[in-house]
Design a protein around this ligand. Structure first.
Ligand code: IPM
Ligand code: MG
Length: 357
């Protein structure tokens, strides 16, 4: 298996190092061969080449089986024009690899229940929501511009979707829902936006192909409220790029620990891209403080979605749970009575805990 590795900026290199320890351990225990190729993206690439996504990086990623990404961005590059910022590299790699479906699970680990800002009775027995965010269309990629108008400066961004773009991400979400709780909530703003009205028609139009999944629709403002009021009503959510960006941050915070959440971005084949949901946190970079669990759990998603190795995916997830059960915590999830450890030790402990089931 060829894996393109993009450590990126800030804590990116810190956490990717831990994810690689886990991959090495899986390689031994499960006898899977990995070949890593490290490439540049984001701020690191801007410093080196002047561009956030060098041609070479995209080519290496395209010829890999999967891409493992740390995080990109930092204050250092914040003053650059939009198309030269580290974030532009992230958008370009998503588009360049055709990664239209972004899977962001919001899972509450029972060991971390008290870290959530929600009351325990709202969380109940736990939380397991999968946000499927459309990732290569919508307002992120629609026409935008700025000009001087008769009454001063004007600026615009365009929410634009083709029916095909909606259908392919919706089908992916139906399939995922079919393997989980069999409930799909499509979220839009069809009471106002024409693009949302088409979104709703397209999603409803294919529902008949998935008779075992119950489809419902919800307006995005209501969804933002319902996620706080009663998050357990959700199983799988499918929504546009912009709404998904916002709602996935909200959903992740329900679990109280952004440092725990992985993600997968998938297209029509290989490669998939795997990255933690959290950002580059430059203020704690290189200080052995970052929580590597989101990056490590991203490798589990890689085994599941790119390599079809549920056994290895489960082994990684079990190893994480084991270390949490033993009371080890990085500072972001530290609680009274637990043992505080650093990034490296967390990586070592999780990798060391991987066994053959
Ligand atoms: C995310 C991030 C990115 C996005 C930014 C960094 C461009 O917020 O992955 O959710 O908006 O997609
Ligand atoms: Mg975001």
């Amino acid at each position: 298996m060829r894996i393109a590795v993009i450590p990126g900026d800030g804590i990116g290199p810190d956490i990717i190092r831990q994810a690689l320890k886990v991959l090495d351990r899986i390689s031994k225990v499960y006898e899977i061969d990995f070949e890593y190729q490290e490439v540049l993206m984001g701020g690191a690439a801007i410093d080196e080449t002047g561009r956030p996504l060098p041609e070479e990086t995209l080519e290496v990623c395209k010829s890999s089986d999967a891409v493992l990404l740390g995080a990109v961005g930092g204050e250092k590059w914040d003053k650059l024009p939009g198309h030269l910022r580290p974030e532009a590299g992230l958008l370009a790699i998503r588009k360049g690899l055709g990664l239209f479906a972004n899977l962001r699970p919001a899972i509450l680990f029972p060991q971390l229940k008290s870290a959530s800002t929600l009351k325990e009775e709202v969380l109940g027995e736990g939380l397991n929501i999968m946000v499927v965010r459309e990732l290569t269309g919508g307002i992120y990629f629609g026409q935008r511009g700025r000009r001087m108008g008769p009454s001063g400066e004007e600026a615009w961004d365009t929410e634009f979707y083709t029916a095909h773009e909606v259908e392919r991400v919706a089908r992916r979400a139906f399939e995922i829902a079919g393997k989980r709780g069999k409930k799909l909530m499509s979220i839009d703003k069809a009471n106002v936006l024409e693009s949302s009205r088409m979104w709703r028609e397209v999603v409803s139009g294919i529902a008949g192909d998935y008779p075992d999944v119950r489809l419902e629709h919800m307006y995005v403002d209501n969804a933002a409220m319902q996620l706080i009021r009663n998050p357990r009503q959700f199983d799988v959510i499918v929504t546009s790029n912009m709404f998904g960006d916002i709602l996935s941050d909200e959903a992740s915070m329900l679990t109280g620990s952004l440092g725990m959440l992985p993600s997968a971005s998938l297209g029509e084949g290989r490669p998939g891209l795997y990255e933690p949901v959290h950002g580059s946190a430059p203020d704690i970079a290189g200080k052995d403080l970052a929580n590597p669990i989101a990056a490590i759990l991203s490798t589990a998603m890689m085994f599941r979605h790119s390599f079809n190795r549920e056994d290895a995916a489960a082994a990684v997830e079990t190893a994480v749970e084991k270390v949490l059960d033993q009371g080890f915590r990085t500072v972001d999830i530290m609680q009274p009575g637990m043992t505080r450890i650093g990034t490296e030790e967390m990586g070592d402990r999780i990798a060391g805990g991987i066994t053959k089931n």
